[in-house]
Design a protein around this ligand. Structure first.
Ligand code: ADP
Ligand code: LRH
Length: 486
């Protein structure tokens, strides 16, 4: 049996074949495609039909390679959803979490319930884009028509199998569950006018969702395909696929977002965690991901897009390395960076407003992004140590951003921690691990992580001395003047 991970992030998607040979796991990328939200009438939406088409194209390639019998698992970004009517049709296009419709949603909801009360119930960070807030601004007539509210990976699995499920790791990001009891919170559901029956039944990673419905896709030459529930939240898959073999570790899943945190067996819900906006997302096997969302490579992606040049990343990194770092201090977690109309202009405006040197060239802009991300990462590690009362010695960076050797070194320096970087495809690997566990080829998460460590190159970055105290002090000064976080 062959296992294929379908891993779709906000910037790209891929079908990856995983092959377990003895005590070595190898992966082969079969199909890759770009992804981004589109703006239609100013609304940011995902093209979910295109995503389904890319999955089918990828599965055709799998068949062409001679694989007749496969399992697949699907993971994507969290919080976004599709409304399905009683005929199984999509009621409207899927909104992207960056759409401006939720800009005032938290303020409006605060008229009925305090944000702290929501946090204490759910353990989930307060972000205007969480499903809770997205549903709160949805038109009531549309919500009433919805038989099912399906998160994106569940929706894609539904299109392939006809089976509606709510995969558990992604479910918590909706901010609709009581964190300790794991059941829907009635007060929150009532506030947004949604019923618990409008969500499909829970499914845990490792369980079978269903068989691919061949008759629906006759135009494609597809292999026999069982769809298995994996950790369908990409971040949950990434952390499952992190090669953490040391004690006292933190992770940084570095893609469009930077998700920095620790794995815990119980949630941490304290006034500090609330104030600093740390979340307790449900992970695999009863774990919690206690982490913070940091505006990660999104900033660089947008700088590159707005530059209108076709820069190679390697070239950008080289130019950034030649620029003096830590010349500007910017809190990229401010709301203004969630979806500015032009990221370059937004950065430059911020620098003008705060009377700092304005970055101009692509190298200067990238150095500015990496400098500040490394500071934000370092600060998050200190906060995590404080809140968990446990020391953190090592940072595992996974995801596409782990290929950024310049930022890896800056992060090691600023955090004064050893950084292990890679694999870049940890999310797809975590997805495959859950499939391997479903068929009993891997017995535990720990065994899976050992397997990843021994199978894929991991690069080590040791910290070197920088004027860290001064840099952190200057960043904190800027932060105090700043806007509310995203
Ligand atoms: P997502 O899953 O959110 O779409 P990925 O994990 O695919 O994100 O990571 C995408 C990011 O990885 C890019 O925005 C880029 O910054 C970074 N990246 C990819 N390849 C490289 C590379 N060769 N060097 C440095 N950074 C890279
Ligand atoms: C990363 C991610 C993250 C969520 C965000 C919406 O891709 O899933 O964990 O907070 O997208």
């Amino acid at each position: 049996m062959t296992h294929i991970a379908i891993d779709i992030g906000a910037s790209s998607g891929r079908l990856v074949l995983g092959d377990l040979n003895g005590d070595k796991l190898s992966i082969q990328e079969i199909h890759r495609f770009s992804n981004s939200f589109t703006l239609s009438d100013g609304q940011a939406q995902w093209n979910v039909d295109k995503l389904l088409m890319e999955i089918l194209k990828g599965l055709e390639k799998v068949k062409k390679l001679g694989y007749e019998n496969i399992t697949i698992g699907i993971d994507t970004w969290a919080v976004d959803y599709v409304l399905i009517d009683q005929h199984g049709e999509r009621i409207q296009e899927a909104f992207c979490y960056r759409d401006q419709r939720t800009e005032n949603a938290m303020v409006k909801m605060a008229e009925h319930i305090s944000m702290q009360a929501i946090y204490e119930k759910t353990g989930i960070q307060l972000q205007s884009f969480n499903t809770l807030f997205q549903l709160s601004v949805e038109k009531p007539a549309l919500l009433e028509k919805a038989k099912y509210i399906l998160l994106i990976p569940d929706y894609l699995a539904y299109r392939l199998t006809g089976m509606a499920v709510l995969e558990r790791t992604n479910a918590s990001t909706m901010q609709l569950f009581n964190v300790t009891e794991g059941v829907f919170d009635d007060e929150l559901l009532t506030l947004i006018g949604v019923k618990a029956e409008q969500f499909a039944p829970f499914i845990d990673p490792g369980q079978v969702i269903g068989e691919l419905q061949y008759e629906q896709f006759k135009a494609f030459d597809l292999p026999r395909c069982t769809v298995i529930a994996v950790a369908s939240h990409d971040t949950a898959s990434a952390i499952a696929g992190t090669p953490s073999i040391t004690e006292n570790w933190a992770y940084l899943s570095s893609g469009t977002w930077s998700l920095l945190g620790v794995e815990k067996m119980a949630p941490i819900i304290t006034p500090t965690a609330y104030r600093e906006n740390y979340t307790n997302e449900w992970g695999v096997f009863g774990t919690y991901r206690f982490l913070i969302n940091i505006m990660g490579m999104w900033i660089l992606q947008e700088v590159l897009r707005n530059s209108n040049e076709n820069y190679e990343l390697e070239q950008v990194l080289q130019e950034a390395a030649e620029v003096e770092p830590y010349l500007q201090f910017i809190n990229f977690n401010e709301f203004r960076f969630l979806k500015p109309s032009n990221m370059i202009i937004e950065i430059q405006r911020y620098c003008e407003e705060t009377m700092q040197i304005v970055p101009q060239t692509i190298g200067e802009l990238a150095a500015c992004v990496f400098s500040n991300l490394s500071i934000i990462y370092a600060m998050a590690i200190e906060q995590l140590q404080y809140m968990t009362r446990a020391s953190i010695d090592t940072l595992y960076i996974v995801g596409g951003g782990s290929k950024n050797h310049l930022l890896n070194q800056m992060t090691a320096n600023m955090s004064k921690r050893t950084v292990f970087a890679g694999p870049a495809e940890a999310t797809a690997i975590g997805n495959i691990l859950l499939q391997l566990m479903a068929v009993n080829k891997v017995q535990s998460l720990q065994e899976g992580r050992q397997l990843v460590f021994h199978s894929f190159p991991v690069q080590v970055f040791e910290p070197v001395e920088v004027s860290r105290t001064d840099i952190l002090a200057r960043f904190k000064q800027i932060m105090e003047k700043g806007q509310r976080p995203a």
